[in-house]
Design a protein around this ligand. Sequence first.
Ligand code: UDP
Ligand code: MG
Length: 303
Amino acid sequence: MLSVIIPSYNEEQMISMTAKTISDVLVSENIDHEILFVNDGSSDKTWDIICEEAKKDPHVRGVSFSRNFGKEAAVFAGLSEAAGDACVVIDCDLQHPPEKIPEMYRLWEQGYEVVEGVKNSRGQESGVHKKAAETFYKLISRATKIDMSRASDFKLMDRRVVDTIISMPEKKAFFRAVSSWVGYKKTRVEFDVAERVAGESKWSRGALIRYAISNITAFSSFPVRFASYVGIAMIAAFIVIGIFAICIGAGGNPTGGMFLGLLAFMFLIGGIVLLAIGIVGYYVARTYEETKGRPRYIISKKV
Ligand code: UDP
Ligand code: MG
């Protein structure tokens, strides 16, 4: 059975249409399925409509959060609740084309354990948004060492992959990256991001910035080590300015030499302090790595 997981936050206009579209696609392809809505603490009628849909169609199930916990939490809740041998995560607004689900499902039947939906295009977004998204993906790709520039949350995962992901004790995992990080036999399906059918994007600019910072820090300890790089640069500047100071002082300008010498010492002191903070940062980073409790390795096959 295939579980289709749909995080939904204030999507009252979408639930029925999404349930019907996905169900039509899967029924016509003869794929045994369940449709699992995760109501992420919506303040509109989303949950009531999910309940109605569940009454109408035994394939539809729903779980509801006590308040809004965010899409990531909704995705993980869906993965924990799903009963399928494979799970697909898809947005509620039909921006991820449901027609691609059968294609992903067939690839899964051929033995692929992760089928990633890869964006051909990002759909309609403003210039600033596009630039910011590009920068974020560049940073996160570097941090995870996985190319994430066209990654999306639209993904099919085998039961074993789902079990691996939900057994990780990490609370603030970035779904899109974690599902790549775990490895397994992977393939991709390209899709075009459609226009949102109804309602509006749930992400404010502030929410996106928080999301970016949270995900970068989940995968990289670079920010905490940054201080030490600045510290080293300042110590290097101390050496250069110091040599200048000596030359100017010896060249018959003791006041100028003294002034530059003082400046050089300021760089030295600042540099030492920053370097020390950076060194502490290394230990903080290591503690952080350990507290995430990620598995050392994941075994996918045995013979
Ligand atoms: N979503 C959610 N909780 C949130 C925000 C969004 O479950 O706090 C869901 C939303 O209902 C949709 C999906 O996440 O199914 C993608 O959200 P949206 O379309 O607003 O994001 P965008 O497509 O603009 O990136
Ligand atoms: Mg959307």
